[in-house]
Design a protein around this ligand. Structure first.
Ligand SMILES: Cc1cc2nc3c(=O)[nH]c(=O)nc-3n(C[C@H](O)[C@H](O)[C@H](O)COP(=O)(O)OP(=O)(O)OC[C@H]3O[C@@H](n4cnc5c(N)ncnc54)[C@H](O)[C@@H]3O)c2cc1C
Ligand SMILES: NC(=O)c1ccc[n+]([C@@H]2O[C@H](COP(=O)([O-])OP(=O)(O)OC[C@H]3O[C@@H](n4cnc5c(N)ncnc54)[C@H](OP(=O)(O)O)[C@@H]3O)[C@@H](O)[C@H]2O)c1
Length: 456
């Protein structure tokens, strides 16, 4: 038997643990590094790594049947849209069930990861320990580095109240009797505006474009469990879905929200069972985009102005890899070119898990990526040539540009069913490529690389 490559996984959130499980089941040598003392990443409320955006009342907006891993169902006692504590417990149970916990090096933050001349990797943690591996799998998440408005709004430096990002919002206690402006029309803005509306004196929801607001249930079923078929073109599926949502709630403009400048399905879904109620109760008031801030006020692009004590920017996240040298790899404007959102064509020893934004949940897609990578490491799956991967990336990028509203939140967007379907097809093709090539290992395996090689 040839020696199989050794692997480092950065991150033990839901993406990292499912990749770890896939490698563990094949008996592959790997270490999974986690900066926190707990696994589960974003789903660990007040995670000591400072990377979780979970707030006290956060519930999933992708239903549990869509979110669970294929071989480990969430408990039937869970509600459809479970609370973050239940989701964190579920990931803990998954890791224990598949004996992954003992494969994680907790409280070990990777500060630097650099390829060596032979393509293998040198990883340095925050204590200066250096270890080497044949392959690196990055699963560091893409919802922890807050993106503030760029440039800042005029007058933001003169505002005397609190300005904060959704990433740091924990609960609405501090908003009691305050005048609050929430900016954005994604899921963070919906939840935070609705929560502010319960206690604040006034809550204003500012947005630079409209969104189709999707309810959590349609026809008595979680909206993401309605039957779909990857062979039906998305435009048709979304047209039908859109008509159903319109019948259910009416147009967003009817509530005073901006009219969407795009068709349904051309933006990441804004799912909220609460925001339309909050608007119709008068606890949240829709506004145009922020234009400028004064010492105690915010003005909007339609010329209106309101008193404000707190401004909460729900303006999304940056994709960053703080452990890479920027001239090696970065994601400027959230753009990163990966084959099937997994492989970096120029770097056969580097892969990513969970770096995608589905219309649906991330976990089953990360699970499928992990299985693909286990086959890759064993030589059972072979990627196409670099030019073929680049051509596929270009085609996908073109398709995405045509499909979605131009925004930094739509650079890694996929359709859940279509992506799984495509990845499985590519997996089968790669298995055939590997068979024809005689199952060569994808990366040179160099032996005892998991041992520490020094202290920085
Ligand atoms: C408020 C909010 C709600 C969301 N709700 C949903 C939802 O309902 N459904 C859904 O599918 N998705 C949702 N998401 C998307 C979210 O990204 C995924 O649910 C999930 O957390 C992705 O898992 P991950 O493992 O890729 O990343 P994360 O959960 O962010 O985990 C990454 C892990 O990597 C570790 N790490 C990072 N850098 C290093 C390093 N240098 N060294 C060591 N360890 C490191 C972190 O400590 C962390 O544990 C939500 C996101 C937010 C912000
Ligand atoms: N489970 C849940 O209930 C839940 C709750 C919160 C978040 N989430 C998930 O967490 C992820 C992040 O969501 P998010 O809402 O934080 O971010 P997001 O989806 O990236 O939305 C960011 C919003 O801010 C707007 N924006 C960005 N920069 C702006 C600027 N300079 N001026 C005005 N508006 C600006 C964007 O508008 P444009 O579209 O014009 O760019 C968009 O409306 C998503 O996957 C989401 O589904 C889930």
């Amino acid at each position: 038997m040839p020696r199989l490559p050794t692997t480092a996984i950065i991150g033990a959130g839901s993406s990292g643990i499912t990749a770890a499980k896939a490698l563990h089941e094949r008996g592959l040598q790997f270490d999974c590094f986690e900066s926190s003392d707990r696994l589960g990443g974003n789903w660990v409320f007040a995670n000591k790594n400072g990377m979780s955006a979970a707030y006290r009342d956060l519930h999933i907006n992708t239903s549990r049947k869509r979110m669970e891993f294929s071989d480990f169902p969430m408990p039937e006692s869970y509600p459809d849209f479970a609370h973050h504590t239940q989701i964190a417990d579920y990931f803990d149970a998954y890791a224990d069930h598949f004996a992954i916990r003992e494969r994680i090096l907790f409280e070990t933050q990777i500060e630097h990861a650099a390829p060596r001349s032979d393509g293998s990797w040198e990883l340095t943690d925050e204590r200066g320990n250096t270890r080497a591996y044949d392959m690196l799998i990055v699963a560091n998440g893409h919802h922890s580095d807050a993106r503030w408005p760029e440039p800042a709004f005029p007058g933001a430096d003169k505002f005397a109240g609190v300005q904060m990002h959704a990433h740091d919002y924990r609960d609405n206690e501090f908003l009691k009797d305050k005048d609050v402006v929430v900016l954005g029309i994604g899921n963070s803005a919906m939840d935070i505006a609705a929560e502010a509306g319960y206690v604040a004196s006034r809550t204003h929801l500012a947005a630079r474009r409209g969104a189709h607001i999707v309810p959590k249930y349609l026809f008595g079923r979680p909206m993401d469990q309605l039957p779909t078929n990857p062979r039906i073109p998305p435009w048709l599926a979304y047209r039908v879905f859109s008509a159903c949502v319109r019948l259910h709630t009416g147009r967003p403009e009817r509530y005073g929200l901006p009219k969407p400048d795009h068709a349904f399905g051309q933006a990441h879904p804004t799912v909220s069972g609460r925001i339309l109620d909050a608007i119709s109760h008068g606890t949240v008031t829709p506004q145009a985009n922020i234009e400028r801030l004064g010492p105690d006020w915010v003005s909007f692009t339609d010329g209106t102005q309101v008193h404000a004590d707190v401004v909460i920017y729900c303006t999304g996240y940056r994709i960053t890899f703080p452990f890479f040298d920027t001239d090696f790899l970065s994601a400027p404007e959230n753009r990163i070119e990966l084959f099937k959102r997994v492989f970096a064509p120029q770097h056969p020893t580097l892969a990513f898990v969970g770096l995608l934004q589905p219309l649906g949940a991330i976990m089953p897609l990360a699970e499928a990526q992990g299985v693909l990578l286990a086959d890759y490491l064993q030589g059972r799956y072979r990627v196409p040539s670099a030019p073929a991967m680049l051509a596929d990336i270009r085609r996908e990028n073109d398709r995405m540009r045509k499909r979605y509203v131009a925004s930094k939140r739509h650079t890694i967007q996929v359709d859940f069913d279509r992506y799984l379907h495509d990845l499985r097809r590519e997996h089968r093709r790669g298995i055939e490529r590997a068979r024809v090539a005689g199952y060569p290992l994808p990366v040179p395996a160099s032996g005892a690389r998991t041992q520490a090689v020094g202290r920085a």
